[in-house]
Structures are given as structure tokens and as C-alpha cells.
Ligand binder design. Structure first.
Ligand SMILES: NC(=O)c1ccc[n+]([C@@H]2O[C@H](COP(=O)([O-])OP(=O)(O)OC[C@H]3O[C@@H](n4cnc5c(N)ncnc54)[C@H](O)[C@@H]3O)[C@@H](O)[C@H]2O)c1
Length: 356
């Protein structure tokens, strides 16, 4: 298997806590360069992890012919443009979610993929969680066998909470200011609603993506009802996901864990999965299967591998796909659907408020 020489753009929180430690310990992946606009921070992280090269901005790094692929975690808006530049520079790309903050940006990224022949994978780590994989297999099996009858309803509850849970991976910080990157989104969105839109989008893009994946829905998603508070965050959204009514409950709670679960109801049972606190290493999502009928049973199957971290498996998947040519499980084309749905949700929300 060829070694993938990786350049990493942006060494903030996600890079230092999650992605740099992960990519730097995957066999077949060589972390050769770092790009960071905050120069002192870049130097400190480079030194600590022993990364051979340091660049200032991503543009200088992308000109380096020794780099095969690039991983990116920068600001919500900026990382999509960095990803497009990387594709056009001939690099394969891993980018954190959200891939894009507007359909226009998503389409520019897809166009760059087509023109360059390179590929982009989005960091939807839930798709690489061993527990979520198990839940998806169970749903597919019950649909095929009809054992639990048809799917009648899907509920995703996501009130957030403490997602870091004390992860003690060392983290370099400096007092250098964050780079100025003006927030941007769809053309139709009034600028005073940009922060609300980005706030909902950056969180619930995960949940929409997860529901589509669990139900094998692809692009078959329609927004039926939007009922969000003035904060543009708290409330309920009802989607039609491949013909199934699916509810997303959004909001915030002070909670020592991560308050998120998804339940797929069949006529005669359910498959339920609850997310671990996201940065709790080696802890996959939990799964419960309920079967009604003569003998009522609950089962709590153990995911395989039982101790594994979605983000690490996501990074391994990226490197393996580049080595083997197999398709990404969370490719750019598919992530475009989430951007479309999020634009539709917020458009409906602002129409109801008389803003549009
Ligand atoms: N998958 C998840 O669970 C999850 C969780 C949290 C955050 N995220 C995503 O990760 C992304 C990054 O979040 P974060 O908290 O690490 O951000 P951060 O602000 O801590 O770090 C971003 C870094 O990128 C650098 N940067 C920006 N533009 C650059 C450029 N052109 N060249 C080089 N460096 C550049 C900044 O200086 C900063 O250090 C966000 O888009 C967010 O949505 C994902």
C-alpha cells in the first residue's frame, strides 16, 4: 500500500485534540506539513508533533508537490474554499463538516472535484461510529426481512451538552488573534441572520446526514414542517426522509454528557442508538433493539470493535480509500444534500417570521 503524504490546514481545537493525533498514528499516513495562519501556534504544534514542514497559509502548502492529500479544519465558511483550492491544486481532501455553508459553495466544490479528478470526503464521523454502523445494519435487516413490519416514524433528539468530556490531549494556545474571516452563507439570507443560520447548520448538519444514512435516503429528503424559536435553534423540524416522517428536536441543555439519540420505529419494535459524548475516546454509540410480539425482547448488541473512536475510524477510512481507490462513505456529492436541506429549513423558518 502506498504511503499517503498528508498536509494539514488549520491547527486549532479539532486539529490538536482529534485529527492531528489520529492521522499521525495511522500506518500508511505520513504527516508531512502543517499550514496555520497563526504563526506562533503553527510553530508550537509543529515542534510538539515533529511535523517536518510548516507553511503560513494554505495556498503556499498546496503548491508543495510532496503532498498527496490535505486535511482541513478551519472556520465554517473558510474551510469550504480551502477545500476547493486544494482539489484544484490536485490534492485529495478531507474536510471537517460543514463542507459548505451554501449550495453555491457546495457546487463550486463539486465543480472543482470534477475538473481536478481528485476526491473530497467530509468529516461526518457518526457514519464511522461502530455503534451507528450496527444500528444501520439492523435497520436494513429489519426492512429486508419485514420482521418488525414497516418503519412508521423516526425521531432524532439532539440537545447537545458536554461533548469534550475532559479529553486531556495537550493543546497549544497563543494570544495571536484569530484570522478575520467574514461569515457568509446563501445569497438570499439577510446578514443579520447569518450567525443563527451557521449555528443551526454547523450542529444539525450531523443529524440530517445521520438520518439520511440510516435510512439510505440519498437525496430523497423533503422539509415538511419547521417550528423553531426566535433563536433559530430551539424547536422541531419534520422531514420526509425517503417517505418516512423524521423529526429533529433541536435545543440546548446544560448536561454533563451529550444528549443525543435516534430512534427508528417499526410497527412492531424499534432500533435506538444514542451518541456518546463526541470526544470520549474509544466509546461507540449505544444500540438497543426492541422486538414486540409473542416474546417481547430488548437486546443491547455490542458494537464491533467494542472500544473504538468514530473520529479515528473516519481518518483511517480516508487514508484507506486513497490507498485502495474505494469510494468514500461521506463524499462531497452526498454532503451537498445536507446543505440543500439546511437552506430549505432556514428559508422556511424566516418566511414564517415574515423576514423573507
Ligand atoms: N465533527 C465534529 O464533531 C466537529 C466538532 C467541532 C468542530 N468541528 C468543525 O471543525 C472546524 C474547525 O473547528 P475548530 O474548533 O478546530 O476551529 P478553530 O478556530 O479552533 O481552528 C481553526 C484554525 O484554522 C486556522 N486557519 C483558518 N484559515 C486558515 C488558512 N487559510 N490557512 C491556515 N490556517 C487557517 C485558524 O488560525 C485556526 O487556528 C469547524 O468547521 C467545525 O465545524 C467539527
Amino acid at each position: 500500500m502506498r504511503t499517503i503524504r498528508l498536509g494539514y490546514v488549520g491547527c486549532g481545537f479539532m486539529a490538536q485534540k482529534v485529527h492531528l493525533p489520529n492521522f499521525s498514528t495511522i500506518p500508511g499516513c505520513e504527516l508531512v506539513a502543517l499550514a496555520e495562519l497563526r504563526e506562533e501556534l503553527g510553530r508550537r504544534v509543529q515542534r510538539r508533533l515533529g511535523i517536518p514542514k510548516l507553511y503560513h497559509g494554505h495556498t503556499e502548502m498546496l503548491a508543495d508537490p510532496e503532498i498527496d492529500a490535505v486535511a482541513i479544519s478551519a472556520g465554517f465558511t473558510e474551510q469550504g474554499w480551502i477545500a476547493r483550492d486544494a482539489l484544484l491544486a490536485g490534492k485529495d481532501v478531507f474536510v471537517e463538516k460543514p463542507m459548505a455553508v451554501s449550495l453555491a459553495q457546495a457546487d463550486a466544490i463539486l465543480e472543482a472535484e470534477r475538473r481536478s479528478g481528485r476526491r473530497l470526503m467530509v468529516g461526518y464521523m457518526k457514519r464511522y461510529d461502530a455503534g451507528v454502523e450496527l444500528a444501520k445494519r439492523a435497520v436494513a435487516q429489519f426492512r429486508e426481512t419485514g420482521e418488525l413490519g414497516p418503519i412508521t416514524f423516526v425521531r432524532n433528539h439532539g440537545f447537545c451538552g458536554d461533548w469534550i468530556c475532559g479529553l486531556d490531549t495537550p493543546m497549544e494556545t497563543t494570544d495571536e488573534p484569530m484570522p478575520e474571516t467574514p461569515a457568509s452563507g446563501p445569497d438570499w439570507l439577510p446578514s443579520e441572520y447569518m450567525d443563527q443560520y451557521l449555528s443551526y447548520l454547523q450542529q444539525y448538519t450531523h443529524n440530517i446526514n445521520l438520518l439520511r444514512w440510516l435510512l439510505d435516503a440519498g437525496d430523497d429528503v423533503r422539509v415538511r414542517v419547521v417550528d423553531l424559536d426566535d433563536d433559530g435553534y430551539t424547536g422541531v423540524v419534520i422531514l420526509d426522509v425517503a417517505g418516512v416522517r423524521a423529526v429533529i428536536e433541536s435545543g440546548l441543555i446544560s448536561h454533563y454528557r451529550w444528549d443525543e439519540h435516534t430512534q427508528i420505529y417499526f410497527r412492531h419494535g424499534w432500533v435506538k442508538t444514542w451518541a456518546p459524548p463526541l470526544l470520549l475516546k474509544q466509546m461507540p454509540a449505544g444500540v438497543e433493539i426492541y422486538r414486540a410480539g409473542e416474546e417481547q425482547t430488548f437486546t443491547r448488541p455490542i458494537p464491533k470493535p467494542a472500544w473504538s473512536w468514530s473520529y479515528k475510524r473516519e481518518a483511517e477510512h480516508f487514508i484507506r480509500c486513497l490507498q485502495t481507490g474505494e469510494p468514500f462513505r461521506s463524499p462531497a456529492e452526498d454532503a451537498r444534500v445536507d446543505v440543500r436541506v439546511l437552506e430549505e429549513i432556514f428559508r422556511a423558518h424566516l418566511k414564517q417570521r415574515g423576514v423573507l
